[in-house]
Write a protein that binds this ligand. Structure first.
Ligand code: 5RP
Length: 266
């Protein structure tokens, strides 16, 4: 691996081999998602606790201080909206690699929709993006997306999607956690796997438990948004999740830390 690629990956994946990415790219097809109406304000208190942010060029330019030193994972796919849910898989590449370089991105990311009518198109999009990004030493993170078909998130499907993403050259793969067989998803994927959070869940402990379990099963960390910034105590969530990822905290320890931060004791 060349120096530039290694250096960019080292900014994202920390020296302990783990990673905590904060995605705020949801608006690229959802519009002003709850709590992300003003992304700059939302992320300000959370930023110190994450390793990188994932977002589109528009939000980066207009809502993130360029003095921000957090590495950027630039979402470069899109072209769809919630107004046409049946077409969510019909994504194209929206942002050039030149622009990614100009914005000093540490990686680019795009969605693939395995099993959808647009499977072929999105997989070729990934292959072409990897071809171009490798020229410049920029890692590509593939997002194994399911659109509105959240029921697809079982180990068999996720293993298929993750392996294909890695085969086509993704340097990191983002997927969903599943309770049954997640170790098989990770084992079948020869590049690092990070887990998305999905829609906000009822209790913070549920989030801590799945992150902890996913890491025991081989994931290197998370690319997790809504369960942090849609929570009423986002900083406490970020600190607790960071403790699981980088300090091997158990879900119980993470909950105790969350409670302390929430009550102002820490
Ligand atoms: C959307 C994405 C999001 O970045 C990803 O789903 C992670 O966010 P969340 O934890 O809110 O699900 O890639 O396609």
């Amino acid at each position: 691996m060349e120096w530039g690629m290694k250096n960019r990956l080292a900014k994202l994946i920390q020296s302990d081999g783990r990673a905590m990415f904060l995605p705020i790219d949801h608006g690229y097809f959802q519009g002003p998602t709850t709590k992300l109406e003003e992304p700059g304000k939302t992320i300000e208190p959370i930023l110190p606790y994450v390793d990188a942010i994932m977002l589109t060029r528009g939000i980066l330019r207009s809502c993130v201080d360029p003095n921000n030193t957090k590495p950027v994972i630039l979402r470069v796919s899109g072209g769809t909206s919630m107004a046409r849910k049946e077409e969510l898989a019909h994504e194209g590449i929206t942002t050039s690699v030149r622009e990614a370089i100009r914005l000093n991105a540490s990686a680019v990311s795009m969605s693939i929709f395995v099993g959808s009518e647009r499977e072929h198109e999105t997989l070729l999009n990934l292959s072409n993006l990897v071809n171009e990004c490798e020229e410049y030493g920029i890692p590509t993170m593939a997002v194994t997306a399911v659109g509105t078909e959240l029921g697809k998130r079982d180990a068999r499907y996720l293993a298929l999607a993750c392996r294909i993403a890695a085969e086509l050259g993704a340097r990191v793969v983002k997927t969903y956690y599943c309770e049954e067989g997640f170790e098989k998803v990770v084992r079948g994927c020869p590049v690092p796997v990070v887990m998305a959070g999905g829609p906000k869940v009822e209790t913070e402990l549920e989030v801590f438990k799945f992150i902890h379990d996913g890491i025991q099963k081989g994931a290197i960390g998370v690319n997790l948004g809504r369960n942090i910034w849609q929570h009423s105590h986002p900083v406490a969530m970020a600190k607790a999740i960071r403790a699981i990822i980088h300090e091997n905290a158990t879900p119980k320890e993470a909950q105790a830390l969350f409670d302390e931060v929430k009550s102002g004791k820490k």
